[in-house]
Design a protein around this ligand. Structure first.
Ligand SMILES: C[S@@+](CC[C@H](N)C(=O)[O-])C[C@H]1O[C@@H](n2cnc3c(N)ncnc32)[C@H](O)[C@@H]1O
Length: 232
């Protein structure tokens, strides 16, 4: 499995937009509550190890640190240097939060991992369901995997909210020719998000299955099944 088309484009893009992205990531109304909820869905105990895939500027890391406490370990992985710098600044006060440059589809982690969190990331992967499989294998039976992603809502009030998220999607989609012009990035993103959340539901027993922010952000969390797939 490999990262989406354009590791280089994505890195350049996020490097340039790191500060603006950080603002959106932290300040969009409803998003801090979503992050708290996503961290809770990881069902962490003090002393646990949690990996955040595609941690970006690190907006989830303090919530995860709160859950694992001073004896636990939080590892944030992202392939974009400048956003990681921001994540490092944000978590400098904690010596058990590590921010590592690497590919979420080949995470550079060893040892026991109790939970994986990925927020607003799977839509950027070439094979989102395959990545979810790998993350389920990484945590193993009884570990937790949690995904949160913006996808379109059909509710009556949704058009303006969808328009906002469409802008965020376009802003957060690296400007590759392939994604921008050969295909509608918004529809393509929806299909990827559907595939990732569906695979997580197949692989796990639900601990969270919710929508947030006017139904536009979907949060799915599961405890990974033992051996064969279990359904909700
Ligand atoms: C939309 S941002 C979300 C950041 C963060 N999870 C949040 O909730 O604010 C997507 C992030 O995923 C990272 N990313 C995308 N594909 C990746 C990959 N294959 N490996 C590592 N990081 C990746 C990008 O660099 C970017 O920082």
């Amino acid at each position: 499995m490999s990262a989406s088309t354009s590791g280089e484009d994505a890195r350049e893009f996020y490097g340039r937009w790191a500060r603006l992205y950080d603002l959106i990531a932290r300040r969009t109304p409803g998003v801090p509550a979503l992050r708290r909820r996503a961290a809770a869905a990881c069902r962490l105990e003090p002393g646990d190890t949690v990996v955040e895939m595609g941690c970006g500027t690190g907006a989830n890391l303090p919530y995860l640190r709160e859950r694992v406490g001073p004896e636990g370990t939080v590892i944030g992985i992202d392939f974009t240097g400048p956003v990681l710098e921001r994540a490092r600044e944000l978590t400098a006060e904690y010596d058990n939060v590590r921010v590592v440059r690497g590919d979420a589809t080949r995470p550079p982690v060893r040892g026991d991992v109790d939970a994986v969190l990925a927020t607003f990331v799977v839509g950027m992967l070439e094979d989102p369901a395959g990545a979810v499989d790998d993350w389920c294998d990484l945590v193993g039976p009884d570990g937790h995997v949690v995904l949160a992603n913006a996808a379109r809502s059909d509710a009556w009030y949704a058009p303006p909210v969808n328009a906002v998220f469409r802008a965020i999607v376009v802003l957060s989609t690296p400007p590759t020719t392939k994604l921008r012009y050969d295909d509608d990035p918004h529809l393509r993103l929806d299909a990827k998000i559907d595939a990732a959340h569906a695979r997580l539901r197949e692989r796990s027993r639900a601990v969270a299955d919710e929508t947030h922010i006017f139904g536009v952000v979907r949060l799915t969390g599961g405890r990974v099944g033992d051996g064969g797939y279990s359904s909700h």
